[in-house]
Design a protein around this ligand. Structure first.
Ligand code: MN
Length: 384
């Protein structure tokens, strides 16, 4: 199987390459892309010999071209080159693990080129869910989720004979760094306090989003689009052990879940090999090591970003883009000490209240809403 990895230098990208390394008889890399980390792109290009390497940053692309001119690997530069990698005729599957809104257009290109799309980018469905679904209706269903929760839900639905059999989706959350805390405990939280997450090793943005439960909110909206269920059928459960990665409850109240040690290689590999499975080294789950698995309702008074996400997902349209973009801007300001921790969620609420929703947005409506939401949040920053 030939795969293109969009965002090969990030966490999902490098773990995809680990999988390729472990099963080099099954997978071949046809394209990799990155932003500007050309040192790592060079290493990856030399090890995996793809047909194409794309670098979003033009200057970095020029640099890389010189560095690997002794190989037969082709180098392209610029944001559009990522779309070229998504459409590459040689590849069967495209892993979309680029960060942010930059995931939308390559995903559309991959769907139109009839690739299997292993989707790890959240913004694509959160912001452009209506466009992506239309595209899949026209070109064929091809997205397999890579996020651990959505992969678990997807796996739990195998064997289901009709979508009407779904009673609800049980989306699990670790609870984040500030689990059990109340608003008054969170007044003086610093970025360093927020960056500690015991179960999953994630980037700074996702770790903060996981602590505010914004990340879970984004996942609720993604689940709505991926599984075609209304928001009121999506329930969030706090599950501190991060062993049960999400579940589906069916109309007969049977709950089917997927469990495992926290290991992103499982959902990444399954997205590529579905409906088949293959071995993965060093991730055996020993359930006897866990004294108990616990499940609780989330504290939506303290972590009301979940309610904001439910609102965004129910309304649909550009409001979901605003939820995402205002959070991104607010987290950036928090990291720079220009917003307090509690003001992250307050900024999202304010941006959403200020927004005039567009129900069935075009790509340009979505990009405009994204930009406006960021500007609204930047205006709230504290003067140093
Ligand atoms: Mn997740």
């Amino acid at each position: 199987m030939n795969i293109s990895i969009l965002g090969s230098t990030g966490s999902i990208g490098t773990q995809t390459l680990d999988i390729v390394r472990d099963h080099n008889d099954t997978f071949k890399v046809s394209a990799i892309t990155g932003n500007k980390n050309i040192k790592l792109l060079e290493e990856q290009a030399r090890e995996f010999s793809p047909e194409l390497v794309c670098v979003a940053d033009e200057a970095a692309a020029k640099d890389l071209k010189i560095r690997i001119k002794d190989t037969s690997v082709k180098v392209l530069g610029g944001g559009d080159s990522i779309v070229t990698a998504a459409e590459l005729p040689a590849s069967d599957s495209v892993v979309v693990s680029v960060v942010g809104m930059a995931g939308i257009e390559p995903t559309i290109a991959a769907i139109k080129s009839k690739k299997r799309v292993a989707l790890a980018n959240k913004e694509t469905l959160v912001a452009a869910g209506n466009i992506i679904k239309e595209c899949e209706e026209q070109y064929g269903k091809c997205i397999i989720p890579v996020d651990s929760e959505h992969s678990a839900i997807f796996q739990s639905m195998q064997g289901m004979s009709d979508r009407k059999e779904i009673k609800k989706i049980l989306l699990t959350a670790s609870g984040g760094t500030f689990y059990g805390k109340k608003r008054e405990d969170l007044l003086n939280i610093t970025p360093a306090d927020a960056l500690h997450n015991p179960n999953w090793d994630m980037g700074a943005k996702v770790t903060i989003d996981s602590s505010t439960l914004v990340n879970k909110g984004l996942e609720m909206i993604e689940a709505k689009w991926l599984f075609d269920v209304p928001m009121d059928k999506i329930e969030v459960l706090i599950h501190r052990q991060s062993v049960l990665h999400s579940a589906v409850q069916f109309t007969d109240n049977a709950v089917i879940a997927q469990l495992g040690v926290p290991d992103m290689r499982v959902p990444i590999q399954y997205a590529l090999t579905y409906p088949k499975r293959m071995s993965i080294p060093d991730n055996d789950l020993d359930l006897t090591e866990y004294a108990s698995l616990t499940f609780e309702k989330p504290d939506t008074d303290t972590f009301y970003a979940l309610e904001l996400a439910r609102w965004a997902g129910t309304e649909g349209g550009t409001l979901a883009t605003v939820f995402n973009a205002s959070d991104e801007a607010a987290v950036e300001l928090f990291m720079r000490g220009e917003l307090s921790y509690l003001e992250i969620t307050e900024a999202i609420e304010y941006a959403m209240q200020s927004h005039k929703n567009i129900k069935n947005p075009t790509l340009s409506d979505i990009y405009n809403a994204d930009k406006e939401a960021r500007e609204i949040v930047y205006k709230r920053r504290h003067k140093a």
